[in-house]
Design a protein around this ligand. Structure first.
Ligand code: ADE
Length: 247
């Protein structure tokens, strides 16, 4: 994944990218990120990036000039780019989009908005307007990091163990199953015996069942949307039968 990030707060981005798996991915050239301060593309003596909204109202709006200048600068190398504007008024980001982005060959540009938003004309530069959830943050930096993180871990080699990606939550379309490690008993809490039984078929069945139970409890909408296998149907009928008996 290759990205340019346009932000007024480069340190927010740098801090996160310099830790753990993303740091390793950058060192291995699986993730390339160039961070650009939007303020460096201003041309007025005050280096101002925002201004009052036409028509009145609270808050400030990011001016178009610095963002257009930044894009002119980036486009000089002629590389094709996919431009993402981070905004609460965007299409929701989810795992399927992360997978699509992981297969993208173009460079990404993440435009991190601040204040009340960006001048509407900036959207003529943008391919996707993306939101990471139905809440309003003070800027798009965290959203850009969320996307870079979720996409990078899908890039082959980034995690070290590719099974972690295949096995986990949302590659199934539902939640992940519960995980346990040593010790087997901790403060009276025991590891489910099936996990130490050595019976891999039983373990797989138990995990799928636990994942379905948890998802049904907290996100039944995900179960409704998923394509059920025969085993899923069997597990679901067991779960509903048990719920009927418990009621
Ligand atoms: N900027 C502020 N809030 C946001 C959100 N929920 N998603 C993306 N960008 C944002």
């Amino acid at each position: 994944m290759k990205c340019d990030v346009l932000t007024l707060f480069p340190e927010i981005i740098t801090a996160y990218l310099n830790e753990s798996i993303l740091k390793r991915a950058r060192a291995a050239n699986l993730l390339e990120v160039n961070i650009h301060n939007i303020r460096d593309f201003t041309s007025d003596p005050h280096r101002s990036v925002d201004d009052y909204p036409f028509g009145g109202g609270a808050g400030m709006v990011l001016k178009p000039e610095p963002l257009f200048s930044a894009m002119d600068f980036l486009e000089k190398d002629g590389e094709p780019r996919r431009v993402i504007l981070l905004t609460p008024q965007g299409r929701p980001f989810h795992q399927a989009l992360a997978e699509e982005y992981a297969g993208e060959t173009r460079r990404f540009v993440f435009i991190c908005g601040r204040y009340e938003g960006v001048d509407e004309r900036v959207k003529t530069l943008v391919d996707d307007e993306i939101s990471i959830g139905d809440y309003v943050m003070t800027g798009g930096e965290l959203a850009a990091l969320v996307i870079m993180d979720a996409v990078t871990r899908l890039v082959p080699g980034a995690l070290g163990d590719e099974r972690s990606v295949e096995d986990e939550s949302f590659s199934w379309g539902i939640f992940d199953y519960p995980h346990y490690t040593r010790p087997r008993e901790f403060r009276g809490l025991h590891v489910p015996p099936v996990l130490v039984s050595g019976d891999h078929k039983e373990i797989a069945y138990w995990r799928r069942k636990q994942a379905l139970i948890k998802t049904l409890e907290l996100r039944p909408d995900l179960v409704e949307k998923m394509e059920l296998t025969d085993i899923d149907r069997k597990i679901l009928s067991e779960i509903t039968k048990k719920a009927g008996e418990d009621a």
